[in-house]
Design a binder for this molecule. Structure first.
Ligand SMILES: Nc1ncnc2c1ncn2[C@@H]1O[C@H](COP(=O)(O)OP(=O)(O)OP(=O)(O)O)[C@@H](O)[C@H]1O
Ligand SMILES: [Mg+2]
Length: 461
């Protein structure tokens, strides 16, 4: 196939072959001619074409019949009907049978070319979609985790290998990179899968409450402990506990966790008996634990205990080749959820998505696609369905490319992130929670980024 595609012209008039042939080849298409239905079908039995231009009125097998048979051979064939103005009605019935469009004879060259271009674009999208659907089915997913990049394939490999063991796993990655998803995939692929998988959000609770939640308490352990309460370690027996954002554990709880991991036993708050447990631990963090150890905020011994198998979830900007596949996946998910059949995204939208730095990683992409699916009124996602800050970021991309060659990648990303955050803050009128939603990061993450990037929230100009 030539780059622009091969077009099959099926028409009984040699003059049409000549005129269309000249026009289309001068535009870079390759042209193949057939003078009647039989000859055309014969050609289709051995190959396919990007586009078919089909005359309706031909001696012998008429165009409608040819159309029917072509669609039987190749249901995805894209066909434009050529028709005399007198027979527009039959052109319309051909459209009902799956023709892409029709042009009337005599046709204006630029109109015809435009229709041809649209049809070829449609064909490309269709092929890309079929290919992505196929890839999703085949090998580029593990449980619900999608990724074809080498980095994600390595992650799948590590998950596969470590899941069936009892080993503690440390998941490291920025916000929204899929740590929780990976933790649940590990549990699902272990022989613990029919037993509890419990997530502990250590950051969201005051230390005392967290400890009583984890280990339980006996009656009278503290004011308010009116009866005995079992903790999550007991509830999770033979299952898995997932510690989300392990870095937020305070020092005392860190010590207690270390003890459970070493001794495989613990005591309830206020209790005197030790309780044996068999629980697998998976921990996740988006901070640099080694740095926290240097700052004496995280225990080194606990780190070693946790860091038996480390799985790093790469940020989305380091595996942009996964973006089209993820988009396809989320179009399926949110198309179903909203009972909308959204088939694809336009090429310029894909380009915008691929060029964006995704500070909120996959969560941000997921939110963006969900929003676009809700907003679109057609089967296609166009740039109107993207948040304005993303489109203007693309238009002003000059502003994001380093002004001097010395600007390194980190600075470049920071300036990108800064701009994305400022735009989101502007869009949400400074309400951080809302801006976090737009960016697909947790409000706490956004707040941390605002501080780190020194964004003045009172001056967003
Ligand atoms: N590789 C992936 N394929 C498909 N969906 C993904 C993938 N990675 C993440 N997601 C989706 O993105 C969202 C965020 O993922 P998840 O909650 O696992 O991230 P996280 O790393 O735990 O984030 P945080 O640090 O903010 O808690 C979820 O809806 C998840 O299903
Ligand atoms: Mg998480």
């Amino acid at each position: 196939m030539t780059e622009k595609g091969t077009i099959h012209i099926i028409d009984d008039e040699p003059i049409i072959h000549e005129v269309l042939g000249d026009l289309l080849t001068s535009e870079g298409y390759t042209v193949v001619n057939s003078s009647n239905g039989e000859e055309a079908l014969e050609k289709h039995s051995s190959r396919s074409f990007e586009l078919i231009l089909l005359d309706l009125l031909m001696p012998g097998m008429d165009g409608i019949e040819v159309l029917k048979r072509l669609k039987k051979i190749d249901p995805h064939a894209v066909i434009i009907i050529i028709t005399a103005y007198a027979s527009v009605e039959s052109a319309i019935s051909a459209m009902k049978m799956g023709a892409f469009d029709y042009v009337q004879k005599p046709f204006k060259h630029d109109e015809l070319l435009l229709t041809v271009e649209r049809a070829i674009e449609h064909k490309k999208l269709q092929e890309e979609n079929l290919r992505l659907k196929d890839e999703l089915k085949r090998k580029f997913s593990f449980e619900n985790i999608i990724g074809k990049s080498k980095k994600m394939q390595d992650v799948f490999e590590l998950i596969r290998a470590s899941a069936p063991t009892r080993s503690t796993i440390l998941l490291q990655g920025e916000s929204g990179t899929g740590k929780e998803l990976a933790a649940s995939a590990i549990h699902q692929n272990s022989d613990r899968k029919s037993l509890p998988f419990i997530t502990v959000n250590s950051g969201s609770l005051p230390p005392d409450l967290l400890e009583s939640l984890l280990f339980g308490h006996v009656k009278g352990a503290f004011t308010g402990a009116v009866s005995l309460k079992t903790g999550l370690f007991e509830t999770a027996e033979k299952g898995t506990i997932f510690f989300d954002e392990i870095s937020s554990l305070n020092q005392e709880t860190q010590a207690k966790l270390l003890r459970v991991m070493q001794e495989k036993e613990f005591m309830m708050l206020g209790g005197t008996k030790t309780i044996k447990v068999d629980v697998r631990i998976i921990a996740a963090t988006n901070s640099d634990l080694e740095e926290l150890i240097r700052q004496q905020k995280f225990r080194q011994d606990l780190f070693y205990r946790l860091n038996v198998i480390k799985i790093e979830l790469p940020p989305l900007r380091e595996r942009k080749e996964d973006i089209p596949l993820l988009v396809r996946h989320f179009l399926n998910v949110y198309g179903k959820e909203n009972k909308k059949k959204v088939e694809s995204i336009t090429e310029d939208v894909l380009e915008i998505l691929v060029n964006y730095a995704w500070p909120g990683n996959i969560r941000e992409l997921e939110n963006m696609i969900e929003r676009a699916v809700v907003l679109t009124k057609t089967k296609l996602i166009t740039r109107e369905n993207l948040p304005p800050f993303l489109v203007s970021a693309q238009e002003e991309r000059g502003a994001f490319t380093p002004s001097s060659q010395e600007l390194n990648l980190k600075e470049h990303l920071q300036s990108f992130q800064k701009n994305a955050i400022i735009s989101a803050l502007k869009e949400s009128k400074g309400i951080q929670k809302k801006a976090a939603g737009i960016l697909g990061v947790k409000p706490t993450t956004l707040n941390e980024m605002i501080k780190r990037l020194k964004i003045d929230v009172f001056d967003l100009s």
